[in-house]
Design a protein around this ligand. Structure first.
Ligand code: KG4
Ligand code: ZN
Length: 351
């Protein structure tokens, strides 16, 4: 008789400007996070208004080994106990990705462990599977981050079909670029969101005078387009001498336009493909308005569909989600034989 043993995975994520390492334990359908360490570079990049790839790569070099060491220590795990090492292979910034993949390859070689290569967007959706064994397939997955906005039909683990995606900017990019137009700083998403709250928080908010488009909302496909929204905002700011005094109102309407478009298309897609579940994933899924709108609108339109939203800790880039994704790959026999030809791929396709 064989007894099933839990799998312990060290996961590494360096696709953009967070150096992250985590240790997860997987058993059956369950994924538990033993440690989740993130060294963020936001403070360093803030003064440039965005991520500077060369600086990001240099910071990853400084941080990657201390972050991995801390992840192992906090989990109380020695490298002998690891079943595999997982790493984000792409997509992302090539200079950043290299630091993670080369570190993972070196450790896998020295410690003689299998290597699991993970797609960044797929790993985001696995944030939903941490401490959650109740997700039913098929699921409609909305992935919204700084680089990606897409809807996937997930029939099971490792079985993703692209249903629609942005034809230009990602939703996170729309937040970031619009924030730049209003000189709010970087990253734009959380800043726009907190400005929008000020408008919501007014005791007697004036009637909203700003009106931004809901791009592609009524198109019969599931694609998105957010670059026109940013341009529409720019035109409105240019026409308004008082825009600096009305930033909360602009941010409120911008957030509503992005959120409404994302949610309504997701619900339409879930309805068309008869999914049991809707999963939200990616950095923009940290947005409180998006989380609330999706839950409320789904309850109204598709009361039998269960909406799952990841824990806030696992929404923006982290390695716990990479570990969760890797665990299901390992279960399916998808670890890679570690060798020198494995490289980071900034344009890695999903599947
Ligand atoms: O997934 P992520 O950490 O990195 C990428 O893979 O891109 O996502 C970062 C994006 C940024 O565009 C950031 O502005 C956005 O997620 N974001 C948010 C919020 N927190 C992060 N957007 C809206 N509201 C938020 N609270
Ligand atoms: Zn991401």
């Amino acid at each position: 008789m064989t007894t099933k043993k839990a799998k312990i995975i060290l996961a590494i994520e360096t696709s953009c400007d967070e150096t992250a390492a985590a240790v997860i334990r997987g058993f059956g359908k369950q994924v538990e996070v033993l440690s989740n360490i993130i060294s963020s570079q936001i403070d360093i990049h803030q003064k440039y208004g965005g991520v500077v790839p060369e600086i990001a790569a240099r910071e990853h070099v400084y941080n990657v080994l201390p972050v991995i060491k801390e992840a192992l220590e906090q989990a109380g795990i020695t490298h002998n106990e690891l079943d595999a090492i997982a790493v984000t292979q792409g997509p992302g910034l090539i200079t950043s990705l290299h630091i993670g993949t080369e570190s993972a390859k070196a450790l896998a070689f020295v410690w003689q462990k299998p290597l699991i290569l993970v797609h960044h967007v797929e790993s985001h959706l696995y944030a939903n599977f941490i401490d959650n064994t109740a997700i039913k397939f098929p699921a409609m997955v909305l992935t919204v981050s700084g680089g990606h906005t897409a809807l996937y039909l997930m029939a099971g683990h490792g079985d993703l079909k692209l249903i629609g995606e942005t034809i230009d900017d990602a939703a996170g990019e729309a937040f970031d670029k619009s924030a730049q137009l209003m000189n709010l700083g970087y990253p734009g998403g959380p800043l726009v969101s907190s400005e929008a709250k000020k408008w919501e928080g007014q005791k007697n908010p004036k009637y909203l005078e700003i009106d931004l488009p809901r791009p592609m909302l009524n198109k019969p496909n599931f694609n998105f387009s957010f670059s026109g929204l940013k341009t529409a905002l720019l035109y409105q700011l240019q026409k308004d001498k008082n825009w600096k005094k009305r930033i909360p109102e602009y941010c409120f309407e911008l957030q509503e336009a992005i959120v409404e478009t994302l949610v309504k298309k997701t619900i339409k897609a879930a309805e068309k493909y008869h999914t049991s579940t809707i999963l939200l994933a990616g950095g923009v899924s940290a947005n409180q308005r998006l989380r609330q709108y999706l839950v409320e609108y789904a309850k109204l339109k598709l009361p039998n569909v269960k909406v799952n939203i990841p824990d806030l800790r696992y929404t923006t880039d982290n390695a716990a989600m990479v570990g969760a994704c890797a665990y299901f790959k390992l279960k399916a026999g998808k670890s890679t034989k570690n060798n020198a030809t494995i490289t980071a791929d900034p344009n890695l396709e999903l599947n």
